[in-house]
Design a protein around this ligand. Sequence first.
Ligand code: PGA
Length: 263
Amino acid sequence: MEVIVAGNYDEMSRVSAHLIAKEIKKKHNLVLGLATGDTPIGTYKELVRIHKNEGLDFSKVTTFNLDEYLGLAPLNKTSYNYFMWENLFRHVNIHPGHTYVPQGNTEDPEEFCTWYEDQIKKAGGLDLQLLGIGRDGHIGFNEPGSSLASRTRVKALIKITIDDNAKFFDKPEDVPRFAITMGVGTIMEAKKLLLIANGKKKADVCAKFIEGPVTSQITATALQLHSHATVVLDEEAASVLSRREYYNWVRDNKHMVQKKIGR
Ligand code: PGA
C-alpha cells in the first residue's frame, strides 16, 4: 500500500484528482469507480477544473458509484445520484448513459444488485476505484462485520454512520437505515484502489486500517490485500500513524523510489 501524506485537504484533493486524471489520460475509456460524502468533493472540484482548463476528456469514461441509500429516488436531493450530478457529472463531458449509481428506489433490490455486478463485468471491470472511509472503517457501506468477500447487496447501516450522515438530511430521523453497496469483494476486483481521508476524526481509523491487522471489523483493512492500493491523507488524518516518517521519506524521494520500484 502506498501512503501519501498531503499537507491539507486541498492538497489531498489535488493529489487524488491528478492520480485519477492520469489514469483517464492513459486509458480514455477508463472504468472508474466513484465515492460520495464530504471527502471527495474537493477531488471532484479539481477534476472539473482539469476538464475545463486542460481539456481532460470524460466522453469515453464509464463510472460506477459505490453505494446509494435504499428508498431514495435518483432525483431526491439527498440521494448519492443527485450528489454525483451536482458535484461532477453535470460539469464534465461524461455521457449520462455511462454513469451508473445504484438505484435506491428499485422494486427488487436483490435483482438490481445482480444486474449492477453484471454491468461492471460487461464494462470490463473497474480500472480504478475511488474510496472514502467511515469512522467505523467502512469502504462503500460495508459496515463492520461485512464479509471481505461480499458482493453488491443491501446492508443495514450502523449508528455511527447514521449519525455522521445526519448532516446531509433535514432531520436525523430522515437518514435511511439501509443502503445498496458494492461489496468488499467487488471493490477488491478493481485493478487499482485510491482511498482518500482527511481530518482528525479519521486519524484513529486510518492508523488502524493502514497499520493494524486485517479484519472484517474494519473493512478498509482489505486494502492491505490489494496489489495496487494508494492512500492519500491530509496531515490530520495521518497524525497517529506510527510509520509517518517512512511514508514521508518515500514521498520526498519519489523520483528515486519510482525508478527503483517502477510504480
Ligand atoms: P465522508 O464519508 O467523506 O462524508 O467522511 C466517508 C465514508 O463514509 O465513506
